[in-house]
Ligand binder design. Structure first.
Ligand code: PEP
Ligand code: MG
Length: 915
């Protein structure tokens, strides 16, 4: 028997059996097809129809032909539809009309083709007129079919139909399409057919089966169209999925005042509020609502127009939401008072509503807390922490225009009036752009994605611009109708104030306001985002469960904690308020760069004797102690890892070239005052010069050559810790030695430092727990981790340096020189400075954890390189048994969520042992 390529909506059980799971059905029949079939099974009124599978699409893509048996199966399925509807395809006496709609596994709104009213031809038109007694409606439907066939199936420019319509209306003095009479549309059908023949070179097909065949092919082909490909690239949808084709009985929303069509979301996709949001139009068809061309009515008003239909609609949609356990995006049509559901799918939504809906649904008992946590991706949290316009700046700014707040966030950019220019300016000229259009269409998406924000003068909250912007997290304001956009002269105007193309505007997708010029932005406060806080609390609860991981010796352990990299008390306070459970890295040298301290640091470096150096260091001690005190206080009860000085000393000195220029200038001008000092300084800097400073005198090497600095630092750390302890603050200082390569280095330095720590505690009469540990950022350290762990009580992976040294790529230059090309060419799957290279760097980490814990079973292991905030790298850290990841305070919320995701993904599994 031939392979089954076609599934009538009633055969969803068969599809499920073949595909093995509901996810499989979605893959086979696409989102739309599986939704229609599933609704049919649940008894929801769905117009009869069938789905041609994505497998057929993929065969078609390979051979350019329908696979054997597919067409016959379509004809058979069509017969069933004819039986169910009591109508016949192509029969003028009692015609069946169908639509041909695309639908891939993941929805790609507006990206692929739809053809409506298939089955109309010259003869059927006459029959339909007799049946409906509505010649205006029939001729209108026919002209739409000719138009859609030309533009969609043959890809001709829309203008060849749009222009004659505009001219016709102008000749007749009509303003709106609704002014057109039956005879007008009839005349226009003739004009359209002529234009069709002239451009395409053949007559519009009168054979209705030919229409269905060509439309099906066009949908298959649209999968590989530019629009669809651009969209898939931007959303990481694989090309291999293919699209299904749905042939669905036409129902008409434009059959008079008891008909209509609309779209709705079961909850507000912008705010997440639990209230149906939607729009509809009476006496309208197809895309009229989504295109945002006519002003729509709010769904609530339907209760007045058609109370019974409204109640039935509310009942069905609430059941659909319960069934799919998610917010639904539905399309419906009312044909002469009867409701038909044309689509249901999980609705696209903003970051804010993603979190709210997940939390609400868990609180309503519709989903579990775990499901709620899994529904929110780290990118969503990232978007929620995106900048907003500064409140004070907004108060002073004049609002230029106001529209619908379709997608939240603040966008500042230069205005461009078409997608191609907006994309070009953004990509080639690296400009921040705002795409401004009357309304957007699917082939504008590339311009939207490239832009910081989108502004339209027409359309509502479910218009194309709004839906797409929400999906991509692009701030967007739609329907700012006071703006007059003059596309020809590239200018927009509101009450006499004009903005030319290329001028700066600021778009507030949160409030719907638009400003001229650049408004300053500020980071949003997490404290105000109560739903997100709830979700993150659930995430932490999951990660902290005792049995999340199984250690190699069989003991159970929780998931990875999230700590933060913070150099100053204010960073630590932010980190803590963002949920960090410790400080994983304080780069102490950053404190040396402060204006009043740098001259002391420089004198300390220039010192010729140890006494002189110690004198300068003693001047630095109080300030360091104060910084550490602030950190301990902010992190009361949590561990604080303080890293001893790491960078090469030349980084603290003035720029060598600049100094040389100054010296030369003084010599030329014959100036002598201060020359000697400058020359001495230059000589010292020259002396500090190294060919490869990143591999030079830095980290623990510097501490061994010049121990006074770290001795002062350790004194500062323990004095501060003791003071805090005596004030009742719970301190857990952890001293971190950077850039270790051999255990001998630790053997040399660590006992000296421990002695100082103990001495301070004795002096201050304070006892508290502390640790001394090392960074693992040199491959040799990873390979000899078992040795290092004899002294080191903790490891922290400095994956910035570890990546640099493992690949031999300079962390400062690689991106600029070759790394981007490497990623583009597929030589590297991702930038290894952003995402841990598991096979190389990751393998070294895994080895280090295993060997380190063989020496010291309770060795604390973390990561403090940039990778600590990257979800994919967090997953690796979980898998190899890290206790925590440490990242910048702003990334802490993202990392908390990512840590919970991985905890759920690998719940109970064993930590990877070294190969
Ligand atoms: C690292 O190397 O990963 C690290 C955290 O240290 P730094 O970036 O300061 O060299
Ligand atoms: Mg480092």
């Amino acid at each position: 028997m031939a392979k089954k390529w076609v599934y009538p909506f009633e055969e969803v059980d068969q599809a499920e059996k073949y595909a093995g799971s509901w996810d499989g059905v979605r893959g086979l029949l696409g989102g739309k097809g599986s939704g229609l079939a599933d609704m049919t099974r649940a008894g929801v009124p769905v117009p009869p129809g069938f789905t041609v599978t994505t497998e057929a699409c993929n065969e078609f893509r390979k051979t350019g032909k329908f696979p054997p048996g597919m067409w016959d199966q379509m004809l058979e399925a069509l017969k069933v539809v004819e039986q169910k509807t009591g109508k016949k395809f192509g029969d003028p006496e009692n015609p069946l009309l169908v639509s041909c709609r695309s639908g891939a596994k993941f929805s790609m709104p507006g990206m692929m083709n739809t053809i409506l009213n298939i089955g109309l031809n010259d003869a059927v038109v006459q029959g339909m007129i007799k049946l409906t007694n509505n010649p205006r409606f029939v001729w209108d439907a026919y002209r739409r079919l000719v138009d859609m066939f030309g533009t969609t199936v043959f890809g001709v420019d829309d203008e060849i139909f749009a222009q004659p319509l505009t001219d016709y209306k102008a000749r007749k003095g009509y303003k709106l399409d609704t002014d057109m009479t039956a005879d007008d549309w009839k005349a226009l059908v003739g004009t359209f057919k002529q234009a069709y023949k002239k451009t395409i070179g053949e007559d519009f097909p009168q054979d209705v089966y030919k229409q269905m065949e060509l439309a099906t092919k066009a949908v298959f082909e649209s999968w590989m169209g530019k629009r669809a490909i651009d969209y898939r690239r931007a959303t990481n949808i694989s090309d291999d999925l293919g699209t299904a084709v749905n042939i669905v009985t036409m129902v008409f929303g434009n059959m008079g005042d008891d008909s209509g069509t609309g779209v709705a979301f079961t909850r507000n996709p912008s705010t997440g509020d639990k209230k149906m949001m939607g729009e509809y139009l009476m006496n309208a068809q197809g895309e009229d609502v989504v295109a945002g061309i006519r002003n729509t009515q709010q769904i609530d008003e339907l209760v007045k127009n058609m109370p019974q239909v409204y109640n039935q609609f509310m009942d069905i949609t609430s059941k659909l939401e319960q069934h799919y356990k998610d917010m639904q995006d539905v399309e419906f049509t009312i044909e002469r008072g009867k409701l038909w559901m044309l689509q249901t799918r999980n609705g696209k939504r903003t970051a804010k509503s993603t979190v709210k809906i997940a939390v609400d649904m868990a609180n309503e008992g519709l989903i579990t807390k775990e499901e709620a946590v899994l529904r929110v991706t780290p990118e969503v949290v990232d978007a929620l922490l995106h900048p907003q316009f500064d409140e004070n700046a907004k108060k002073d700014a004049v609002v230029y225009a106001k529209g619908v707040n379709a997608s939240p966030g603040a966008a500042v950019g230069q205005a461009y009036f078409d997608a191609d220019t907006a994309e070009k300016m953004a990509k080639e000229n690296k400009q921040a752009t705002i795409m401004v259009r009357p309304f957007t269409k699917p082939d504008d998406v590339h311009g939207m994605i490239a832009s910081q924000g989108v502004l339209t003068s027409e359309g509502g909250a479910t218009s194309h611009a709004a839906v797409v912007a929400r999906q991509f997290g692009i701030p967007c304001v739609v329907g700012a109708s006071m703006i007059k956009i003059d596309l020809e002269n590239r200018i927009m105007e509101v009450n006499g104030t004009s903005v030319k193309e290329g001028e700066w505007i600021s778009v507030d997708g949160t409030t719907g306001q638009v400003y001229v010029g650049k408004l300053p932005t500020s980071a949003p406060s997490l404290e105000e985002q109560t739903d997100l806080l709830t979700l993150l609390t659930w995430a932490d609860e999951i990660t902290a469960r005792k049995e999340i991981r199984t250690l190699p010796d069989g003991r159970k352990a929780p998931g990875v904690q999230v700590w933060a990299n913070a150099d100053y008390p204010k960073d630590a306070r932010r980190a803590r308020s963002y949920g960090a459970k410790g400080i994983g890295l304080c780069r102490t040298e950053h404190m040396f760069f402060e204006t009043e301290r740098l001259p002391i640091v420089q004198k300390m470096i220039l010192a010729e004797t140890s006494e002189e150096r110690t004198k300068q260091l003693n001047l630095l001690l109080p300030t360091q102690r104060k910084d550490f005190d602030g950190l301990f206080e902010a992190m009361d009860g949590y561990p604080v890892i303080i890293r001893l000085i790491d960078p090469p000393l030349h980084e603290f000195m003035p720029d060598e070239e600049k100094l040389l220029e100054e010296v030369i200038e003084m010599r030329v001008k014959g100036e002598t005052r201060g020359l000697q000092e400058k020359e001495n300084l230059l000589a010292t800097i020259k002396g500090l010069h190294e060919s490869n400073p990143m591999m030079g005198l830095r980290g623990v090497r510097l501490s061994i050559v010049m121990p006074e600095i770290v001795e002062m630092q350790v004194r500062g750390i323990f004095e501060a810790a003791a003071d805090c302890h005596l004030r009742g603050i719970v301190v857990h200082p952890e001293v971190m030695i950077p850039l270790t390569g051999t255990v001998k280095e630790l053997e040399w330095i660590q006992p000296r430092l421990v002695r100082i720590a103990k001495a301070v505690m004795e002096e201050k009469k304070a006892t508290f727990t502390y640790k001394f540990g090392t960074m693992i950022e040199i491959p040799r350290a990873a390979v000899t981790a078992g040795e290092l762990a004899k002294l080191a009580e903790f490891f922290s992976f400095g994956t910035n340096d570890l990546t640099q040294m493992t690949f031999g790529y300079s962390r400062d230059d690689a991106e600029r020189n070759f790394l981007i090309t490497y990623v583009a060419e597929g030589i590297l799957p991702k930038n290894p400075f952003q995402t841990i290279d598991r096979e190389g760097v990751g393998r070294l980490m895994q080895m280090a954890v295993n060997e380190g814990r063989q020496t010291r079973p309770d060795l604390e292991v973390g990561i403090c390189g940039e990778h600590g905030g990257d979800p994919d790298s967090i997953e690796w850290c979980h898998m190899i048994g890290n206790n925590y990841v440490s990242c910048s305070p702003f990334r802490v919320p993202i990392a908390r969520l990512a840590a919970a995701h991985v905890a759920l993904k690998y719940a109970g599994q064993k930590i990877l042992e070294d190969k």
